[in-house]
Design a protein around this ligand. Sequence first.
Ligand code: GUN
Length: 345
Amino acid sequence: MHDTSKVALNVKKILCFALLRGQPARLPGSKAIGWDFGVFEMPKILDGVAIAAAIKLEVAEEVRALTAQGIRPGLAAVLVGNVAASEIYVRSKVQTCADLGLYSELITPPDSVTTEEMLDLVAKLNGRDDIDGILIQLPLPKQVDTKALLDAIDPAKDVDGFHPVNAGRLQAGRPALAPCTPAGVIEILKRSAIPISGQHAVVVGRSDIVGKPAAMLLLHQNATVTICHSKTRNLGEITRQADILVAAIGRPGFIKPEMVKPEATIIDVGINRLTTREEFDRFFAGDAKREATFAKRGSTIVGDVHPRAFELSSAYTPVPGGVGPLTIAMLMANTVRAARMRRGL
Ligand code: GUN
């Protein structure tokens, strides 16, 4: 038996199939539309919190083993100025180090810091044996030359994977520290037993931090990869071919239901804060749970995928609670990896 919401959802999916393919949707095992509602399942929610927790447990175990050998992996987290969002992220990174047994150091230069002072700091951290990973939280104040700074980090300690040497190694398929968020995307897919090899993965967004490395990591897993971006023509035609759709374009609800192939896996990397009633209603009108959050906090977040688009998928990462938690887990994993690699372990 099916409850009404499930039947309604299945009918919607079937109609979508028909609409998108321009022909009657024939389901496996049935002769006509709607005969076999059991073919479609509710989309599976890919629980990033649970996956991140599993990774953190593994990292904590590795940290214990390394520490027993006299090697305690250490992370230096550099937080410049008083950007509220950066403060929350960095404090959470430092707290997670403590939770997993890593050494960590929070360095907080003032907002007025110069490029030279930051380069000095990086040189010192590069030279310290107790520091395996250096994280400089972005964005930096505009007087600081971000590229010069990221280039100055020892690639062996570049746990964000932003250094061109690591980007190059990743592209060449050599051992590299990969950026944390895209590495987390791969972990979500693998740990959820979602096939990647031979699948058409469409990445929407071409940033150095997410889009490009995500495409490269998917390629290394033998996906057929297409990268789309803000200038792509007929975007919907391409995204509708995706078996795995990765949305990382930084625009709220950018991926609409008609841009999704029914039964695709959707990975939503976006984190966009909605603060006005108008914005809220565009995505969450009638959603009582979201309404409660919005009333309490005066804001809520939406990803780069319109919430209605998830209904068509076979599996998706929610926002919040999908890709987000993986970023810190992978930063911890990268720090331990850097500690090993630096010592040839
Ligand atoms: N700012 C937003 N995301 C990130 C990240 O993953 N690493 C750093 N260093 N800064 C960020």
